[in-house]
Design a protein around this ligand. Sequence first.
Ligand SMILES: NC(=O)c1ccc[n+]([C@@H]2O[C@H](COP(=O)([O-])OP(=O)(O)OC[C@H]3O[C@@H](n4cnc5c(N)ncnc54)[C@H](OP(=O)(O)O)[C@@H]3O)[C@@H](O)[C@H]2O)c1
Length: 229
Amino acid sequence: MTAELAGAVVVVTGSSSGIGAATARAVSAAGAHPVLVARRVELLRELAGALPAATVVAEDLRDPGAAGRVIDAALAVSGRLDALVNNAGMLVMGPVVECRDVSELFAVNVFTPVELMRRALEVMVPQGTGAIVTVSTGELALERPHPEHGAYVASKAALTAFTDAAREELRGVGGVSVSTVYPGATDTPMWALARGNPNTPDIPAGPVERVADAIVGLITGGDAEFRCW
Ligand SMILES: NC(=O)c1ccc[n+]([C@@H]2O[C@H](COP(=O)([O-])OP(=O)(O)OC[C@H]3O[C@@H](n4cnc5c(N)ncnc54)[C@H](OP(=O)(O)O)[C@@H]3O)[C@@H](O)[C@H]2O)c1
């Protein structure tokens, strides 16, 4: 057990939609105080209004300063940071020959999540407790990317590698866990976008609640990897 959820401060990036919104609802139902992070502030406020307690942080995670502001907003709740769910993600598809600039994609999917992880660990290690969960992508896709999904899968592979390394570095550092969830196709706006590409496999999408439940299990169980369908 690395992070009890009752009273915990849990940052969930990308909580205006899909898996992130479901995760915010799930941690809230378990008694946590979610810190909701995304650009679409009206959606965050609507979600916060439906929960007993939550903090809204409107940030564009392409901005290199966003990670510091998110962690500061979480610490302002009660001086603690119990969990970070690095969920926000961006999907860009197209052939490698047209792949001129992946800087925005890598900012959202890699650079800011890694900086969030780094800053969270600066709090959690001295605190002696905490959980970090990375939302990766389906393991089969990581092993063999579909055509036109190269940039997206490469970004997820990079974040997953940082997460794997952090897990090993922190093994034995009592109380702090680093976990990864590998969702398969999940019924969200991002999956609807992916379905628009002919290279995306025509498979059924699972419900967001199953991924959210897996994330809750990783926060409380710690140091694990979970494959969703
Ligand atoms: N759906 C799937 O089949 C599937 C499968 C494997 C992995 N995943 C991963 O699951 C995670 C959640 O995706 P989802 O499927 O739930 O998609 P989604 O419903 O489209 O949600 C994406 C979230 O990321 C946020 N986001 C995107 N760009 C951002 C930016 N620049 N700054 C701040 N927030 C930003 C969005 O918020 P705003 O637009 O309001 O900023 C939104 O809340 C992603 O990391 C995705 O790669 C999804």
